[in-house]
Design a protein around this ligand. Structure first.
Ligand code: SF4
Length: 414
C-alpha cells in the first residue's frame, strides 16, 4: 500500500506525522509524494483557526480531484472539533489525536486496536528538516477563551523522561544539530517529580553537540528555576517564546489569560536578568471581542517595553465552541488590519534593533538549506557558507534588517 501524508499545523502535529510515517513504513507501507501514486491519503488536520480548516479542506479536494480512487484517512484536531466540514467527506476513515498510533493497524484492515509498537520509542528524525521536533507533552487545561485546543487535545499529559532521554540521544546520534522541545503547553511539563527544568538537566548531557530549543512557554511557566536550568546547560538556546496575546488588562481578563501586563513584563525582565542577552519572541491577537483603540494602544505599549526580537500578530479567529465564540466583535475588520500593520511595523523596528545588538558577539549557528539560524533564533548570513546541518561558532559582524551577518570562527570541523 502506498500512502500520501499531508500535515497541517503545529510542531506537535509535525512530530505525530513523523511518528505515523515511521510506523507505516515499518509495517511495509510505502510513502509517495503525489496523490496520483497513492492508494491512501492521510491528512493530519489543524483546527486552530478558521483558515487552517479551509486550507485542509482544499488540500483534500485537490488530492481527490487528482485521484478519485484514493482511500481517505482523516486525523488531527479537526477530527476532534470540526464535525460540520468533516461531513463533506462521508467516505473518510477518521481517528482522533489520541488514536493516531492505531492508524497503521486500521489501514491494514486489522482491528485497529493494536497501537504502533514504538509509541514510547518515538521518532528517529524529521523528514526534510534540519531541526527536529521532540514532543514531550500533550493537552492543556488552561481554557483560554479564544482557544479550542483543550477540546481538541484533552487534558495535559507528559511523557516519561526516560523515554525522552533515549529518543533525544537517538536524534542527536542521527546527526540532527537542533532538537526543539514541543508540545501543547510544555511549560507545564510534569512527570512525577520531573518538571521542565529537571527535564533539561536530564536531556542536555546526552545529546553531544546538538542544541536544544524550547517551544512556546506560557508566562506562568517562566520561573527562576527554569531560567537557571537554561543557563546551566550550554546546549540550551537563550531564546524564549512567551505568548502575550494582549497588553490590555481588561482584554487579558476577557481572554481568560492568567497574568497582568505588569506580570508579563516582570517575566521578560527576569529572563533578561538571568539569561545572556536572550531572544524573547511572542504572539499577539488583535481584534479580540471588546478590544477598542485604548486597549490596542496598551498592547502596543507593552510590546514596545518588552522589545521582542520577533512578534507574530494574529487576527482574532472566532472558534465555535470556545467561551469567546458568542462575544460580539465590535471593531471593523479594516481597523483590526490597521492595528496589525502598526504592531508589525513596530515589531520590525525592534527586531532590527535586536539583530544590530548582536554585532561583535560570539554566536552558535545551525546551518540549514534555507540559511543559518543562531541560538537567538536570528537568520544569519555566514561566511564561508557552511554545509547544511553544520553547527558552528561564529563571530557576528553586523546586521541587515532583522538578519545578522557573521564569520565562522576558525579551526572548527564542519
Ligand atoms: S494555554 Fe491557552 S492558548 Fe495555549 S493551548 Fe492552552 S488554552 Fe490554548
Amino acid at each position: 500500500m502506498r500512502f500520501l501524508l499531508l500535515t497541517f499545523g503545529c510542531k506537535s502535529n509535525q512530530y505525530e506525522s513523523q511518528f505515523l510515517r515511521e510506523s507505516l513504513v515499518s509495517r511495509g507501507l510505502e510513502e509517495v509524494e503525489t496523490a496520483l501514486l497513492a492508494d491512501v491519503l492521510i491528512v493530519n488536520t489543524c483546527a486552530v483557526t478558521g483558515r487552517a480548516g479551509s486550507t485542509c479542506r482544499s488540500a483534500i479536494r485537490r488530492s481527490l480531484r487528482e485521484n478519485p480512487q484514493l482511500q481517505l484517512m482523516l486525523t488531527g484536531c479537526a477530527v476532534e472539533v470540526e464535525e460540520e466540514w468533516l461531513a463533506a467527506f462521508p467516505q473518510a476513515l477518521r481517528e482522533g489525536n489520541a488514536r493516531k498510533p492505531f492508524i497503521p493497524d486500521r489501514l491494514l484492515g486489522k482491528s485497529g486496536e493494536t497501537p504502533a509498537a514504538s509509541v514510547k520509542a518515538g521518532v528517529t528524525g524529521l523528514k526534510n528538516h534540519t531541526r527536529v521536533f521532540l514532543k514531550i507533552q500533550d493537552g492543556c487545561d488552561q481554557h483560554c477563551a479564544y482557544c479550542l485546543i483543550p477540546r481538541a487535545r484533552g487534558e495535559p499529559s507528559s511523557r516519561d523522561p526516560d523515554d525522552l532521554v533515549r529518543e533525544a540521544a537517538v536524534l542527536a546520534g542521527n546527526g540532527y544539530p537542533e532538537i526543539v522541545l514541543t508540545g501543547i503547553n510544555i511549560g507545564f511539563y510534569r512527570f512525577q517529580a520531573v518538571g521542565l527544568a529537571s527535564l533539561l538537566d536530564r536531556l542536555a548531557p546526552c545529546i553531544g553537540s546538538t542544541r536544544l530549543r524550547l517551544g512556546s512557554v506560557e508566562p506562568a511557566a517562566v520561573t527562576e528555576e527554569l531560567l537557571l536550568a537554561i543557563k546551566r546547560h550550554p546546549a540550551v538556546c537563550h531564546h524564549l517564546h512567551i505568548p502575550l496575546q494582549s497588553g490590555d488588562p481588561r482584554i487579558l481578563q476577557a481572554m481568560r489569560r492568567r497574568y497582568s501586563p505588569e506580570e508579563f513584563l516582570e517575566k521578560v525582565a527576569l529572563s533578561r536578568e538571568i539569561l545572556d542577552h536572550p531572544a524573547i519572541t511572542s504572539d499577539v491577537i488583535v481584534g479580540f471581542p471588546g478590544e477598542d483603540g485604548d486597549a490596542f494602544q496598551n498592547t502596543r505599549e507593552v510590546c514596545r517595553q518588552a522589545a521582542f526580537s520577533r512578534l507574530h500578530v494574529f487576527h482574532y479567529s472566532r472558534r465555535p465552541g470556545t467561551p469567546a465564540a458568542d462575544l460580539p466583535t465590535t471593531t471593523p475588520t479594516d481597523v483590526i488590519s490597521k492595528w496589525k500593520r502598526l504592531l508589525l511595523l513596530q515589531a520590525a523596528r525592534q527586531a532590527e534593533q535586536y539583530a544590530a545588538s548582536q554585532t561583535g558577539r560570539e554566536e552558535r549557528v545551525v546551518a540549514e538549506v534555507s540559511g543559518s539560524r543562531t541560538d537567538r533564533y536570528l537568520l544569519a548570513d555566514i561566511e564561508p557558507l557552511p554545509r547544511p546541518g553544520a553547527i558552528l561558532r561564529t563571530r557576528i559582524t553586523g546586521s541587515r534588517g532583522a538578519r545578522v551577518t557573521g564569520v565562522v570562527i576558525p579551526d572548527q570541523k564542519q
